[in-house]
Design a binder for this molecule. Structure first.
Ligand code: FAD
Length: 326
């Protein structure tokens, strides 16, 4: 393990001044499930780690009738999965949080950390030179892409985005609140997780600057039926090989305002506007769900070893949609 300075931030202001002081040498720590693993693997070698868990009030779920839901970035995945408010009104998020990894990881892992985590591609973890480690190559293109490879095409790093909750948040039109020394900003989760973004010479999945911290995730109040389905190799704790989040307003069995977002297939949560359009003002049944599934995957360009994800994802789209009409 490398040596680094550890700062317990007392406030976001405190954390931001540490980030400004150490610049590229600083990293933010929440539950540490992702960051500490990467430090141990020498993938990142910070001079300073800024612990956010000592900041009071960043781990709450706030909801009022008819108002947007606000979730502090330090809220644990267990707390999200257990929340009765989420289970009743934002089921897709409670379900996604509840199937992340193992109970131990969910007890420590936070929502902020889960959406900001980097890819878990085995080439990166095992020290291969790649776009994420300063190289100019992605081994997934011609190598073993069975589990981590995108099937929706792309360039640079081809590893799929690993977060379960990000897929659910995209189906809920969530917004990410961010602070930096320059002030605050908010951005939709889809723009936040753009797939590829160069910051300070690093290729990231998100648009967070080096001096920025996610403080809160806001979910619009929109009474919907929603669901998350995930396929993983090991059911007890594993990343999604493929997953699907859906939400829809359903009136008299007819579907409106539907969102269909796929996980495990792209470098970002992949929303299929075409499949959504197809379902507008239609009843969800086997035929319409099947057509939506075909449409959602119509642009798939799998890599050498992950073509099976296309059929798998189609099945998950159908299952997720049909679960809404149960
Ligand atoms: C064995 C294993 C299995 C896993 N399985 C799954 C799975 O099935 N599904 C899934 O989604 N994930 C999975 N993960 C990933 C895990 O859930 C995430 O690593 C965890 O949620 C990250 O949360 P954390 O709070 O521990 O983040 P940390 O490790 O503390 O941080 C992760 C990253 O986000 C940054 N960060 C954290 N919080 C903030 C913030 N508020 N503002 C700005 N930057 C921030 C950190 O600097 C770091 O880069 C797995 C991990 C392991 C080890």
């Amino acid at each position: 393990m490398i040596a680094f300075k550890h700062i317990n931030a007392a406030s976001t202001h405190d954390a931001l001044s540490a980030l400004s002081r150490y610049g590229e040498g600083a990293r933010v720590l929440a539950g540490g499930q992702d960051l500490l693993f990467r430090i141990k693997k020498y993938i990142v070698q910070p001079q300073c780690v800024v612990n956010l868990k000592t900041i009071p009030g960043m781990n709450t779920i706030r909801s009022k009738p008819d108002e947007n839901l606000r979730i502090g970035a330090l809220t644990t995945l267990s707390a999200l999965a257990r929340s009765v408010e989420l289970q009743q009104n934002y089921a897709v998020l409670a379900e996604a949080a509840g199937v992340v990894a193992s109970p131990q990881i969910r007890n420590l892992g936070t929502l902020g950390g889960n959406i900001c985590q980097d890819v878990w591609c085995w080439y990166l973890q095992d020290g291969f030179s790649c776009w994420k480690s300063g190289g100019k190559f992605c081994d997934l293109a011609a190598g073993d892409s069975r589990y981590y490879g995108s099937v929706m095409g792309g360039h640079l790093c081809l590893s799929n985005h690993p977060s379960d909750t990000a897929v659910a948040l995209a189906a809920l039109d969530a917004r990410v609140h961010i602070v930096s020394p320059k002030g605050g900003r908010e951005i939709s989760i889809s723009d936040f997780l753009c797939g590829h973004n160069w910051v300070g010479g690093r290729l990231q999945s998100h648009t967070l600057g080096l001096d920025e911290i996610v403080t809160e995730i806001e979910v619009p109040f929109r009474p919907t039926h929603s669901a998350y389905v995930k396929f993983a190799l090991r059911k007890s704790w594993d990343f999604a090989i493929a997953s699907v989040a859906v939400s829809a307003v359903i009136r008299e069995r007819v579907c409106d305002d539907v969102r269909i977002v796929l996980g495990g297939v792209a470098t970002f949560p992949y929303r299929s506007h075409e499949a959504e359009k197809l379902l507008r003002n239609r009843e969800i049944d086997a035929a319409s769900a099947g057509a939506a599934a075909e449409t959602a995957l119509q642009n798939a360009k799998p890599l050498k070893m992950n073509g099976y994800k296309v059929e798998l994802s189609k099945t998950l789209v159908q299952r997720a949609l049909l679960s809404l009409s149960d």
